[in-house]
Design a protein around this ligand. Structure first.
Ligand code: GDP
Ligand code: IMO
Ligand code: MG
Length: 425
């Protein structure tokens, strides 16, 4: 059975949730391998819209195992809220099908405070984080002082780790950021109060993955954010704090990399970005507003308006190369309807030179001028198309042009938010 990695090929919010949910009709296991509740993955069905932050987007399919890997950073309260919200809708969120790795790091209240304090202090240079404590939690993981899900059944260890962490954090909070310090007893007490509900979910996830492979089950790895937000390969420093590239599906879950077969890059038919940082094809005019309105481009996690612009093939080629994308799922094609022309950025000009790759020097991407090719727009409603050949010729041409520019097959075309509005090629 193939194992599939699904990643966002741009700056996030490409429609990964929809594609994962769709592929789950066949897959029996879905694994999140990085990020945390900074993610917002939307699934739309006939009767409801569900936004998932931590729980894998396979949860709406009965019988699918949903695993949270070691590479994720998990806020206990956010996890339990998501579990309760889903359970209230009648969705099975029991420990029979949902598990957290013992090695998954926990987001603590001081991580969220530090995230916000740093952003405030940066002022105009802020990253525009989601404020979910993602960066500070990964910092503690790298500094080897983090709390992990597997610690939760050991109250003494929890108290000792919180005490040690707060010795440092309280100095920062009080002296540098002028925030009130946190009381270690209160912080560990609040966490330990949640522990009895979390501990039953905590399992050796990599053993489950190994077992699933032995049983020949199809496994899906669900990425969060997008390649341009990758801590190494993204638009540093305006990035998130984890590796979002496909390779991290292995490290972030315990799956051997040699077992990853198929890499699906989810590509939005135009580009959006939330938060600060360079965005060469951003449109600050009517086109940007049109895309934002038609595409309902508001963050699924923070509700912030998403910045919008044309498709950027330089970005996509970067993603295809770095991730070994074997196929593309192209989403939100319907949003482009009624635009007179469709532009695709095929290269940049940097300091008078034409370049076809993302510049690596910090700040250079802010200075590039996008070079576009133009294609005719379309005005037909494509939301009901179920067959590629039934799409208007101009739409087909746009898809085929993307395929050609990226060098990867567009295997899936999404023409609406609903589960059913999907064309397989
Ligand atoms: P993710 O973070 O990559 O899972 O994406 P989000 O859920 O944050 O944002 C994608 C948004 O677009 C959601 O509101 C989806 O319901 C919606 N969506 C997904 N595919 C399509 C599509 O093909 N057309 C339209 N109009 N909306 C879509
Ligand atoms: P999904 O999985 C879009 C952005 C934030 C900010 C930067 C760093 O729904 O595609 P962080 O809180 O991670 O430290 O913020 O990354 N960001 C996202 N943008 N979609 C996401 O997730 C994002 N997760 C983080 O806006 O610019
Ligand atoms: Mg999202």
């Amino acid at each position: 059975m193939p194992t599939t990695v699904i990643i966002g090929a741009q700056w996030g919010d490409e429609g990964k949730g929809k594609i994962v949910d769709m592929l789950c009709e066949k897959s029996q296991v879905v694994v999140r391998f990085q990020g945390g509740s900074n993610a917002g993955h939307t699934i739309k069905t006939k009767d409801r819209e569900t936004v998932l932050h931590l729980i894998p987007s396979g949860i709406l399919h009965e019988g699918t195992w949903c695993l949270i890997g070691n590479g994720v950073v998990l806020e206990p309260e956010a996890f339990l809220k998501e579990v309760d919200d889903l359970a209230a809708q009648g969705i099975d969120t029991t420990t029979y099908r949902l598990a957290i790795s013992k090695k998954t790091h926990l987001i603590m209240p001081y991580h969220k405070l530090l995230d916000r304090a740093r952003e405030l202090k940066r002022g105009g240079m802020r990253i525009g984080t989601t404020g979910r404590g993602i960066g500070p939690c990964y910092e503690d993981k790298a500094a080897r002082i983090g709390l992990r899900a597997g610690d939760l059944d050991n109250p003494d260890l929890v108290r000792e780790k919180v005490e040690r962490a707060l010795q440092e954090k309280n100095v920062l909070l009080r002296e540098l950021y002028k925030f009130d310090p946190l009381d270690p007893e209160t912080v560990s007490g609040e966490l330990l109060a949640l522990a009895p509900r979390i501990v039953p979910y905590v399992k050796p996830v990599e053993d489950y993955i190994e077992k699933a492979m032995e049983q020949g089950r199809e496994i899906l790895f669900e990425g969060a954010q997008g390649v341009l937000l990758d801590i190494d390969h993204g638009t540093y420093p305006f990035v998130t704090s984890s590796n979002t590239v496909s390779a991290n599906a292995a490290a972030g879950s315990g799956m051997p990399p040699s077992s990853l077969d198929r890499i699906v890059g989810v590509v939005k038919a135009y580009t959006t970005r939330v938060g600060s940082g360079p965005f060469p094809t951003e449109q600050l005019d009517d086109t940007g507003t049109y895309l934002q309105t038609q595409g309902h481009e508001f963050g699924a996690t923070t509700g912030r308006p998403r910045r919008c612009g044309w498709l950027d093939a330089v970005v996509l080629q970067h993603s295809v190369r770095l991730n070994g994308i074997t196929e593309i799922a192209l989403t939100k094609l319907d949003v482009l309807r009624n635009l007179p022309v469709l532009k695709i950025c095929v290269a940049y000009e940097l300091d008078g030179q034409r370049i076809e790759r993302l510049p690596q020097e910090e700040g250079a991407l802010q200075r590039v001028v996008p070079l576009y090719e133009e294609m005719p727009g379309f005005d037909q409603d494509i939301g009901d198309c179920t067959d590629f050949d039934a799409l208007p010729r101009k739409v087909q041409d746009y898809v085929l042009r993307i395929e050609h520019l990226c060098g990867a097959k567009v295997s899936t075309v999404s023409v609406g938010a609903d589960r059913s509005q999907t064309i397989l090629r």
